[in-house]
Write a protein that binds this ligand. Sequence first.
Ligand code: GLA
Length: 402
Amino acid sequence: MTEDRLASASLAEQLRRFEAAADADPTAIRIARGPGRVNLIGEHTDYNEGFVLPAAIGLEIRVAFVPTADRRVEVTLLETGERGGFSLDDIPPASGRWIDYVAGTAWALQEAGLPLHGLRGILASTLPRSSGLSSSAALELASAWALLEPPDLAAHGIDRMALARLCQRAENEHVGVRCGLMDQFASSLGQHGRAMLLDCRSLEYRPVELPTADHVLVVCDTNVPRRLEASEYNTRRDQCEAAAAAIADAEPGVRSLRDVDPAMLARHADRLAPELRMRAEHIVGENDRVLRTIDALATGTLPAVGELFAASHASLRDRFEVSSPELDAMVEIATAVPGVVAARMTGAGFGGCTVNLVRRDAVDALREAVERDYPARTGRTPRVLAVEAADGAGILDGAGPG
Ligand code: GLA
């Protein structure tokens, strides 16, 4: 039995212990999974209708469950035994707990007219919470797949993109975080071994090959809780919208910063307060860096990928002001290790993780350098995780017992 099937089988076994309905009929047990994501490049560009290049990763949330006919959703966290639940006919408002993401997803799917069932489930996660690897999107996508009856998108006339957008709606309107589409997109549409390029305006996307024969993605967790994130995130969004509006006064074709190129930004710089100008410079430069990263990966020009990651990090630090001393230290430590091709902060910022493209034979050296130097520089204990790009969310095939 593979390690993966072993994990699924034992999650199903745990469910039988918690839920009589599952024990009575183990053949009814299903397992839904939603992966986390790491963003290679294109940070804070999604809500500016720009480009992003995330990959779903092997760290994920799994929900083993049995469907029920009673319209009640009851989920137990494997790690703590904590329970959460609600009725599909009376979805409660957000309460600041993890169950909000399940309830919000149920709300958004029902708003779209999709048929759902109740369930009794148990939730296990290999995804560190609040580390900027999108445990929220992972939970939304796992919940969507667990709740849908039948769990077959074609039967409902929707696709993986539509499901991602419904999960984003859950987070925007039920949980109250004004995130863009990147995280739900990656968790829903990820492909094994590849990153995914998304045009957040047209919603066109395509897989991008990664140099996985010799290289691996490594996530370094700063282990800093992302305190200011929600309010600062919304402030950045407002600033980007204000910058686009100020430029649109002179350039009527501008709907968002996506429509602004460096020359246009330079022409209208005096319309923008210094802070708004810096924010706009980051977005305009970052969109360009995503497209250049695609080209560099296509031609195997990895030193160029390294330069683009470095420029992205510097821009997020100096112009968008969402990095942190810990993220900066992590990138500096990694960059000094031979075989680390590219390093930058990933996700919203204010803590969380860095993403690194690393030669497979250099992963141990990176781990040693981070474990030695990062605590000395920050007083914190880091985590170094090699991750493979993974397939998007769904129901595991035949993973349950029986
Ligand atoms: C968070 C949001 C995403 C995106 C990133 C920054 O992860 O959920 O939509 O805006 O921050 O790139």
